[in-house]
Write a protein that binds this ligand. Structure first.
Ligand SMILES: Cc1cc2nc3c(=O)[nH]c(=O)nc-3n(C[C@H](O)[C@H](O)[C@H](O)COP(=O)(O)O)c2cc1C
Length: 344
């Protein structure tokens, strides 16, 4: 078993289990993944990338696959409806990555119409044959992320996971919704539990974990070998650290943004929120500079998310587009997050 796969756990009795930052298109760029790690995430995965574009060496797609020596493990995620292109992309990625993750969960029409992403759950034979071919072609571990099923008939994630384990997939992640549901309804952790109990490989539970309470409930219900968190971490990567503190897995005083403040306990909730987000923002900018450089589009998207819900957040978002350079933009957000900027 690769050191990057982790172990299969049994019944959860409060002990630490790995936390994954979910792959999210337009969100989980390299500096954000590195930031999530510094905040407490144990494993990160790139956003999904089209295997056909990768196999044809499309520059924009390869940019999404950028990593850095500090990102360990590096786990690119690919999707596609063409098994040959999936194999080619996996072969191209394998020499420079630690694990390859396959996407069988995306519900977006532009993906499902090429019978990729979650649509492949409606064609389990093709899905399993694709994974078989990829496992046979690369010598890094192959993992898969999927939903409960398409929603057109009974859930088939249990059946698919059993078959994937047999053909060599080393870890499975299940988002507790169907393709039809997209993001509506509530994630079905009971069904994820069935998957956990049906296979020997580690199963990661995903869907609706947003804080330490929901994390504990999800682990109690599923006994999963780890949790994957998506929307709850957008603009709030610090939630990984807070989640670990809430579960008793780490001390609040060890959180990097808390360490900076001798008076942390004297700060009110809003002041703590500003201080947390300022630390995260400044690290995001620094990690960008240290790796891929500041990418204006990525930075703008994160700026909106990092300031959401804070007093004055709307105002800063309306003026931030007037900033002459990306650096000025980054500084303006950082100043705002000090929490003392007067917004007239
Ligand atoms: C903006 C956004 C982009 C996403 N992109 C991907 C992706 O590239 N690959 C993937 O497997 N899932 C993707 N997902 C799904 C998430 O990884 C995750 O399965 C889903 O959000 C449920 O988890 P949550 O309830 O913690 O958000 C995306 C979700 C969102 C909200």
């Amino acid at each position: 078993m690769s050191e990057f796969i982790g172990q299969k756990f049994g019944k959860w009795e409060g002990e630490e289990r790995p936390l994954f930052l979910a792959p999210m298109s337009g969100v989980t760029d390299l500096p954000f993944r590195l930031l999530a790690k510094e905040c407490g995430a144990d494993v990160t995965i790139t956003e999904f990338t089209n295997s056909t574009a990768l196999s044809r060496a499309a520059t924009a797609s390869w940019r999404k696959m950028e990593s850095h020596e500090t990102e360990v493990p590096f786990i690119p995620q690919i999707f596609g409806g063409d098994a040959k292109d999936m194999v080619t992309a996996a072969e191209m990625l394998a020499p420079n990555c630690d694990v390859i993750d396959l996407n069988f969960g995306c519900p977006a029409p532009k993906v499902t119409k090429i019978c990729a992403g979650a649509a492949l759950m409606g064609e389990p034979d093709n899905l399993v044959s694709m994974v078989t071919d990829i496992v046979e072609s690369v010598d890094v571990p192959v993992t898969a992320k999927m939903r409960l099923g398409t929603g057109a008939s009974t859930h088939n994630a249990v059946e698919i996971c059993r078959r994937l384990e047999k053909v060599g997939a080393q870890r499975l992640c299940v988002h507790g919704r169907t393709l039809r549901q997209r993001y509506s309804g509530v994630a079905d952790w009971d069904y994820i539990k069935q998957v956990v109990e049906s296979v020997e490989v580690p199963v990661i539970a995903n869907g609706d974990v947003t804080d330490s309470e929901s994390a504990a409930k999800c682990l109690e219900k599923t006994n999963a070998s780890g949790l994957m968190i998506g929307r709850g971490a957008i603009g709030r990567p610090a939630m990984f650290g807070y989640l670990k503190v809430g579960l008793g897995w780490m001390e609040e005083t060890d959180l990097p943004w808390v360490k900076l403040h001798d008076d942390w306990q004297d700060l009110d909730e809003t002041e703590q929120a500003f201080a947390t987000r300022k630390w995260c923002w400044d690290r995001y900018i620094q990690l960008s500079k240290d790796t891929v450089g500041i990418q204006p589009r990525w930075m703008q998207r994160h700026a909106v998310a990092f300031t959401k819900g804070l007093p004055g957040g709307k105002k800063i978002r309306s003026i931030m587009h007037d900033m002459p350079t990306p650096e000025d933009f980054a500084d303006a957000i950082s100043e705002f997050l000090i929490g003392k900027v007067e917004l007239n």
